[in-house]
Design a protein. Structure first.
Ligand SMILES: [Zn+2]
Length: 195
């Protein structure tokens, strides 16, 4: 049995770059034949300006609102999972985290201050996976593979050349014997996950 999941998705409710509201996203992916979606809204300084961080409970509820709305809108048989795209202060690197729970978001405090090795350790402790997103976009620094489980090698908002570079880099690191997985989420209609 094959499943088709979207692994990198932002909602208009939470992410500043998101243009589509959660309910509509569900509708679109159901129509396109997907089995489910992982909501990876931005957990970044843009999502959490100072005034929003002043009340951690409200900040967590805001962050979870896109996921919760999408889950509420999902018809039977369509799975909505919580994920995250984390960005630290002062960098342009993004990390996709899979397996995140609501309690983790509510109880762990400000993750934008928790640097890469510590984030990797937290993910391991909790059974999450962490992937570096679009590693060849301008301004991005390839992270030490020790700090990640994998690399995003196809990103719909990144050009083919940079996606190809990401694939080559991921393969190279894998040949080094490092524990590295990488995903290849496709566009509508041809989505697949490899490796
Ligand atoms: Zn993203």
């Amino acid at each position: 049995m094959e499943y088709k999941y979207e692994l990198h998705c932002h909602t208009g409710a939470v992410s500043r770059c998101g243009r589509v509201e959660p309910e509509k996203i569900v509708e679109m992916y159901v129509e396109a034949g997907y089995n489910g979606i992982v909501v990876t809204d931005h957990y970044s300084p843009m999502t959490f300006p100072i005034h929003r961080l002043a009340c951690p409970q409200k900040a967590a509820d805001f962050y979870l609102s896109g996921y919760r709305r999408m889950k509420a809108a999902a018809p039977e048989g369509f799975t909505v999972l919580l994920g995250m795209e984390l960005r630290h202060y002062w960098t342009a690197n993004d990390y996709l985290i899979y397996g995140v729970t609501e309690d983790f978001v509510k109880d762990t405090g400000n993750l934008m201050n928790v640097w890469e090795p510590r984030i990797k350790a937290l993910c391991e402790q909790n059974g999450f996976l962490i992937y570096q997103a679009h590693p060849f976009r301008v301004g991005i620094r390839r992270t030490d593979p020790k700090n990640i489980d994998g690399v995003e090698v196809y990103n719909g908002k990144t050009d083919d050349r940079r996606n190809a570079q990401a694939l080559a880099w991921a393969k190279e690191r894998q040949a080094d014997g490092l524990r590295l997985r990488f995903s290849h989420p496709g566009a509508f209609g041809k989505g697949r996950n490899y490796y």
